[in-house]
Structure formats: C-alpha cells, structure tokens
Write a protein that binds this ligand. Structure first.
Ligand SMILES: [Zn+2]
Length: 147
C-alpha cells in the first residue's frame, strides 16, 4: 500500500490553484458556455479552444454515493464515503461528504462545496446544504423548577 497522489496535466494547474485559493474555478467554453471538467484543450460540445475560468457556485446535488470499508491507501483510513455530485454548472464531480451524513436518502440531497486542508494543499469536499443553511437554534430558556 502507499499514499494517494495527484497526477496533474498541463490543463489542471489553474484548477488546483483556484482550489488552493478556496474558490474553485472550471473552464467554461467561450463559444457555447459548456463547463469542462476535467480541464481539457477543447470543448466536448463544439470543439472550440477558447475558454475562460469561471468560479463555481459551490452548489450541487448528490447523484450517487458509496462507503468504502476496504483500505486502498494508507492516507485514506476506512470507513470513508465517496459521492458523485451534479454541480449546478453541469459537470459531475466525485468527492467526499463531510460533516453529518444522512441516515437514508443520500441521493438528491443538496450539498455545498467546502475546502479542507490536506498535506499538499486543499481539497474540495461537500457538506449537506441543510446543515449550512439551518437557522441557529433559539437561545435556551431557563426553566424554573422551584414552582
Ligand atoms: Zn463549446
């Protein structure tokens, strides 16, 4: 066994720079508006080479999930989950769900991207949007037990 490692192509560097800055950006076709993931030299829809890097909203929906119980890498202790997220911008991204996980019904849950520091930079992961967007609980009211 060993640790996992990243393999970067020449098109991946701006992607990882944006992730390390805490605002993930993807290539967006200047001709047709299709977001590219992973980064690529041409648009899969119209073959245009022109591109701009656009920041993602961070919002998405869980399409699929799994919990791994077999250890493949030393730096990935089990159990851990993997999720496929349909980003609001279109691409499907594989990541992990952090924080509270649903007891049932993972699929279709709204998620929000968060950035977590790892040994060699940051990783984009997701947490349930309902966890983020829940209003704070009201302050506890003292109970007088001496009545
Ligand atoms: Zn295009």
């Amino acid at each position: 066994m060993g640790n996992s490692s990243r393999t970067l192509s020449m098109y991946d560097v701006p992607l990882w720079e944006s992730i390390n800055a805490g605002s993930m950006r993807l290539q967006c076709c200047s001709n047709c508006g299709l977001f590219r993931y992973p980064p690529a030299p041409v648009c899969a829809a119209c073959l245009a080479e022109e591109v701009e890097w656009r920041e993602l909203s961070g919002r998405g929906t869980i399409l699929s999930w799994v919990v791994f119980h077999r250890r493949y890498f030393d730096d990935h202790p089990v159990p851990y989950n993997a999720i496929a997220v349909q980003l609001e911008e279109g691409p499907i991204m594989v990541s992990n769900l952090v924080g509270p996980v649903p007891d049932t019904d993972w699929i279709g849950r709204a998620v929000r991207m968060v950035y977590e520091r790892v040994t060699d930079g940051m990783l984009p992961r997701f947490e349930l949007a309902s966890v983020v967007e829940s209003p704070p609980l009201p302050a506890a009211t003292p109970i007088n037990l001496r009545k």
